[in-house]
Design a protein around this ligand. Sequence first.
Ligand code: SF4
Length: 198
Amino acid sequence: MTDGRAGPRTGNAAATPILLHTCCAPCAVYCLDRLEAEGFETTSFFYNPNIHPYKEFERRLDTLRSYSSMRGFDLIVDDTYDLDQFLRKVVGTGSGRCAECYDMRLRRAAREASERGFGGFTTTLLVSPYQNHDLIAQVGQKAAADHDVEFVYIDFRPGFREGQSKARELGLYRQPYCGCVYSEMERYYRGKHREVQE
Ligand code: SF4
């Protein structure tokens, strides 16, 4: 694991430290703006072993690292590529796979927040209109309760387009699918299948 600093910063006495589980840089753009506006001092936390293949994982992580330097926020990275563990959780779960995926990532974020002394955490997954928003909130709250930290629920979705547009202007890499091998297939294979039928 690599990281920026060891725990929450205390430089700005008025700001509340928070850990932001971050799936990718483009989704972080609006969440960081909003958290700053709401008085939080945000540290980003990357843990996303769901991303497939590994080169895509590296590309998303590299983009987040660049954005962290560009914007100047702290970044903690757990770059363990738990592919085997991830697949054990999701294979055969059908439409339930996202619940397992959220659980794996948000539990890890809750543990990180607890161990590093952050009072709470939240996630960039709450910015996407394509994710199961209510389920993310439920899973986040359960993970938080189990680690004795707070899950800070914010509906970031109204800022999704604004964040993606800023990411485009900044030249950040914007991925074409959610992350796992299934989502990659759904993005490309279904389109191809339709093409053949038409
Ligand atoms: S579609 Fe996205 S949220 Fe669902 S399992 Fe795949 S990577 Fe995780």
